[in-house]
Design a protein around this ligand. Structure first.
Ligand SMILES: Nc1ncnc2c1ncn2[C@@H]1O[C@H](COP(=O)(O)OP(=O)(O)O)[C@@H](O)[C@H]1O
Ligand SMILES: Nc1ccn([C@@H]2O[C@H](COP(=O)(O)OP(=O)(O)O)[C@@H](O)[C@H]2O)c(=O)n1
Length: 201
């Protein structure tokens, strides 16, 4: 089993950006587990029953900008409350984490449920206002017509649902290092993560 890095945190905290850069730097594989829930959420919006959708996910369902919309993000957090959906996605994530070449997984429950024995656990946060600002800028950049206040209320609603659910709620693992990126550049945040990883490798 290779080195496993678990990265959790709320919406638009920067966990995906950090994870991608770490994976590239260390030569590890990266899994954005949010894409699994987004793909199931998208299928629910298309009329498929969520548990059935989770059992029948295919690689091609995980591609594309269609998963990066606010509507799909909300749908993702709704299907993510369903224990049978989470259970259906578990084995794939655990198998990915055990890759011999090393793996970085990012999501909400990686350090607590998916990889409780991960070599390094990070919990990436930022204030809701900063996160909404980043997500708003990203959506505008991609040509979407959204306003900041709507993005902020979406982020808060998703935070509350993700932290409040009974099964695998969003919370830092006891042994996670917390990184608040509110006042950090991407480079600062990646450096902080690398320092924590290099101390354990
Ligand atoms: N430390 C940071 N400073 C400024 N912008 C950031 C920082 N980290 C991430 N971003 C930007 O914020 C947006 C959301 O980051 P992302 O990594 O997708 O978050 P998450 O995976 O937690 O949802 C992206 O546009 C990203 O470039
Ligand atoms: N490991 C994970 C990853 C995502 N999710 C759910 O999927 C939704 C979308 O996750 P995401 O990581 O793509 O969202 P962002 O942080 O990119 O906005 C979250 O709001 C969670 O409800 C989860 O429950 N568990």
């Amino acid at each position: 089993m290779g080195f496993t890095i678990a990265i959790d945190g709320p919406a638009a905290s920067g966990k995906g950006t950090i994870s991608r850069q770490l994976a590239e730097f260390y030569g590890y594989a990266h899994l954005d587990t949010g894409l699994l829930y987004r793909a199931v959420g998208k299928k629910m919006l298309d009329g498929v029953e969520p548990i059935e959708a989770a059992h029948s996910l295919r690689a091609e369902d995980l591609d594309g900008d269609a998963l990066r919309t606010p509507a799909v993000a909300q749908a993702a957090s709704k299907v993510a409350v369903i224990p049978e959906v989470r259970q259906a996605l578990l084995d794939f994530q655990r198998a990915f984490a055990r890759r011999s070449g090393g793996a970085v997984l990012d999501g909400r429950d990686i350090g607590t449920v998916i990889c409780p024995d991960a070599d390094v656990k990070l919990f990436v946060t930022a204030s809701p206002e900063v996160r909404a600002g980043r997500r708003h800028a990203e959506l505008v950049e991609r040509g979407m017509d959204v306003d900041y206040d709507t993005v902020l209320s979406d982020v808060r609603e998703r935070d509350a649902r993700d932290m409040g659910r009974a099964d695998a709620p969003l919370r830092p693992a006891e042994d996670a290092l917390q990184i608040d990126t509110s006042e950090m550049t991407i480079e600062d945040a990646v450096s902080a993560a690398r320092a924590a990883i290099d101390a354990k490798r």
